[in-house]
Design a protein around this ligand. Structure first.
Ligand code: GUN
Ligand code: ZN
Length: 483
């Protein structure tokens, strides 16, 4: 196998990396547009000119079309599609999930994918739908794993990937991830998530993806099969997904829907085209609506927006601002917010991958209090050396009689003045304090107190915080009258 993955930058569990497939390189996170040879709305050549380095097409569709089958075998996929980048082929498993059965065996599809010169070959995994019970999910996972092993035994030199299934059961997903990892894959797609995304079940999506990631090695490139709308890419990347394949640009165009990074709009309801792409700057909304090639123009716009979002995510990872982007995108829909909150509930496991220092930290609302950086601060604050009598001063002012003076910055908590310029205290921008922030900062004080049970703690604060501080930090003396 000659698929390798190199991680270059990290933020949360997201990464910018390089996927090398044979002699070609794909920058990740990457979007692989879905190409249907029967519906050539945007040509692969045009995609390549838009910066697409990899695409995905369905081997099952090629195999079932007489004209395309023979040409693909004779000329190869890259010739037929006129695309020099990486071409991944899917096996027909998606059709399996939609129609219940496919007229192809695992061995047949694997042979065919190689015969047409696919760069990335997918076995015939079974996408277990979310409503399947545990027994069915287990049974189908066993078949999927059997087919993956069969694929490796039959084609040891192929660029195979190992799909991760397991339905909506996190323990099965984790087990599946570990089993795929044990077979040595450098590339693992997570399957059967399309119905979750289509029904806005983002909380469960986060559960199953994080479970699969627990089983997989951090060194493995993770593809999210059939994802999705660009508004969820940031969330998925934050969990450690590196590749997406999406037909949304074309499916939405067919339905007259105009994609934006935070949702889709019906073209019939648009008075303006609020986007910098070539299509949107060359015509009015009315002209687009009435254009003969409206579907193609919409597809071009949709693809442009989707690719721009991926570029924005790669930039955010390098800037260390992925949390801010996730926060912004996940406020586009209340169910995405559910997914975001589920992600934050797993901050402790995400914290292990998250870089210890970033360029900046912007407070964006109460969810920010549960970010990895805050959690980590609360964990390490106990290492601050203190004396017998400690003053945590909300306004930085000293009071006689204390041998240790600590400043306070919510949502983090107490810190010695020498750390004022270090991350996250020094690089964080916070608005006027509110209860949520101060409560989070008090959790930092509690951690410090737990680490130093022999010391006595006092907190100097404005009277407006006194009651909250008394509640949040039992055992500390509150010096608000002296303020
Ligand atoms: N496309 C969307 N979901 C899936 C999946 O679970 N497996 C495969 N092979 N392709 C998909
Ligand atoms: Zn546009």
């Amino acid at each position: 196998m000659t698929i390798t993955f190199e991680v270059i930058h990290k933020d949360i569990a997201g990464r910018v990396g390089k996927l090398r497939v044979n002699d070609k390189t794909v920058r990740t996170p990457a979007l692989l547009p879905v190409v249907n040879p029967h519906l050539p709305l945007v040509t692969p050549r045009e995609m390549q000119e838009m910066g697409v380095e990899a695409l995905i097409t369905n081997a099952y569709i090629f195999r079932r079309s007489e004209a395309y089958r023979d040409r693909a075998i004779a000329e190869g996929l890259h010739g037929v599609l006129d695309f020099d980048g990486v071409i991944m082929t899917d096996s027909g498993s998606f059709q399996l999930s939609v129609y219940g059965e496919v007229e192809v065996s695992n061995q047949d599809t694997l042979e065919f994918q190689q015969a047409i010169g696919s760069d990335i070959v997918v076995p015939l995994d079974i996408p277990t739908p979310p409503d399947a019970g545990r027994e069915r999910a287990e049974r189908e996972l066993a078949v999927t794993m059997e087919r993956i092993r069969e694929a490796q035994a039959l084609f040891p030199d192929a660029n195979l990937v190992g799909p991760v299934q397991g339905g909506i059961f996190p323990d099965l997903r984790e087990e599946a991830g570990r089993a795929v990892q044990d077979l040595g894959f450098a590339f693992a797609p997570i399957g059967a998530v399309v119905p979750l995304m289509e029904n806005y079940r983002y909380r469960e999506l986060v559960e199953v993806v994080l479970a699969a990631k627990r089983g997989l090695s951090p060194a493995t490139a993770v593809h999210l099969f059939g994802a999705g709308h660009p508004s969820m890419f940031a969330l998925a990347v934050a969990m450690g997904c590196d590749l997406f394949d999406s037909a949304a640009y074309a499916l939405f165009a067919r339905e007259g829907r105009y994609i934006t990074p935070h949702g889709s709009l019906k073209i019939d309801e648009l008075a303006e085209l609020p986007c910098p792409c070539r299509v949107c700057r060359s015509m009015t909304a009315d002209e687009l609506r009435k254009a003969d090639d409206r579907e193609r123009l919409l597809a071009l716009h949709n693809l442009h927006v989707t690719l721009a979002e991926i570029a924005r995510i790669r930039q955010a990872i390098q800037d260390g601002t992925l949390w801010e982007l996730v926060d912004e995108r996940c406020r586009s829909h209340p169910r995405l917010l559910d997914g975001y909150r589920e992600l934050l509930a797993h901050a402790a496991e995400l914290e292990r991958d998250d870089p210890v220092s970033k360029r900046r930290f912007f407070y964006r609302g109460s969810e920010t209090c549960r970010r990895t950086e805050v959690l980590r601060f609360h964990e390490v604050v106990g290492r601050i050396p203190v004396g017998e009598r400690v003053l945590v001063s909300f306004d930085g002012k000293a009071v006689p009689g204390f041998d240790t003076l600590l400043n306070f910055k919510p949502p983090f908590g107490p810190y010695p003045v020498e750390l004022a310029e270090t991350f996250p205290v020094g690089q964080s921008e916070v608005p006027g304090w509110d209860d949520e922030m101060v409560r989070s900062g008090c959790a930092g004080i509690r951690s410090l107190m737990e680490a130093h049970p022999e010391s006595r703690f006092a907190i100097r604060c404005d009277p407006v915080w006194a009651r909250l501080v008394l509640e949040e930090v039992p055992g500390a003396e509150v010096l608000h009258e002296q303020v």
